[in-house]
Design a protein around this ligand. Structure first.
Ligand SMILES: [Mn+2]
Length: 300
């Protein structure tokens, strides 16, 4: 069996894409099963409900010697701890070429599109796989989630075309679907500080520095205002207990498109020296805006 899954602390694109990719692989003669390496967010649950599809099962088995097919990541740090002992059959992704190494040849499908689901749309065309209503809904949800309703600078002209191609197959009103999806995306009501820190966090290594970069997408900064001291303290604690040089939390207001950073860890001062206020205007994207900036600071 080929285990298909995305990064830890999974977002909507990585869970939707695992299901979409598993179906594509099965049509190509693989024996593929989708998994999710973590809890599904409220937004992911909303998308799966709209699609009428069951969430994939949680990935909680040893991977040593197992065949794996990855979606939505190619960084060693973002996979399960024993990923290096698995047999990497292939990957579909839309990030930078990451740190992952394979022991043998693999197929790798990477395109600079707004979501992994967008790349999978192209692969469905290439292999002539039928796009059903549930699959088109998962694709549309993943694409609109990753591009923050086509507002993120990661959005390409092709992504905009894909929304127009997918909407009639999914049979949804894009405007209404996007509005509901963004409400679910920014709903942090009742979540603990730990849940907020771990909601969407990824590991990286830049210029010899190890870091974690989490992101909380908000409809209003008032949602986290009262929690800031607790979030800062918890961030200090995770940086220390995970032995990271820096822990970053992006607080991103998806309406004003402003991102404010909380930073912790021994190398955090380098970030404060580079941007005193730690405030970034017109900044929605970790991948296309925050990571290049962080990389620049640590490799300068
Ligand atoms: Mn993605």
């Amino acid at each position: 069996m080929v285990h298909v899954f995305g990064h830890m602390s999974p977002d909507s694109d990585s869970i939707c894409s695992a299901v979409i990719a598993a179906n594509w692989l099965n049509h190509r003669g693989f024996d593929a099963t989708a998994f999710r390496p973590g809890e599904a967010s409220r937004e992911t649950c909303f998308i799966f409900e709209a699609a009428g599809v069951e969430l994939p099962q949680e990935l909680n088995k040893p991977l040593a010697g197992e065949r794996v097919y990855l979606v939505d990541f190619c960084e060693q740090e973002q996979g399960p701890a024993d990923l290096a002992e698995a047999i990497l059959v292939g990957l579909v992704d839309h990030h930078r070429m990451g740190t992952l190494q394979s022991n043998g040849p693999l197929e790798a499908w990477m395109m600079p599109l707004g979501s992994t689901a967008s790349v999978l749309f192209e692969l469905y065309q290439i292999h002539g796989v039928e796009l059903t209503k549930p699959l088109a809904t998962l694709m549309l949800g993943a694409l609109l989630s990753d591009t923050v309703g086509l507002k993120s600078p990661t959005t390409t002209p092709r992504d905009i075309e894909l929304v127009d191609l997918l909407a009639p197959i999914a049979d949804v009103n894009v405007e209404q679907f996007t509005a509901e999806l963004l409400v679910a995306k920014t709903d942090i009501n009742g979540m603990s500080v730990e849940e907020l820190l771990n909601k969407d966090v990824k590991g990286f290594e830049f210029g010899g520095k190890t870091l974690t970069v989490g992101q909380l997408e908000l409809a209003d900064f008032a949602q986290t205002e009262a929690l800031l001291p607790e979030l800062q303290a918890a961030l200090e604690q995770t940086a220390a207990s995970n032995g990271k040089d820096v822990a970053v939390l992006m607080l991103t207001n998806i309406r004003s498109e402003q991102t404010r950073l909380l930073v912790a860890g021994p190398a955090a001062q380098m970030l404060i020296d580079a941007n005193n206020e730690l405030v970034f205007e017109k900044c929605l994207s970790r991948k296309k805006q925050m990571l290049p900036w962080l990389n620049g600071v640590f490799t300068a």
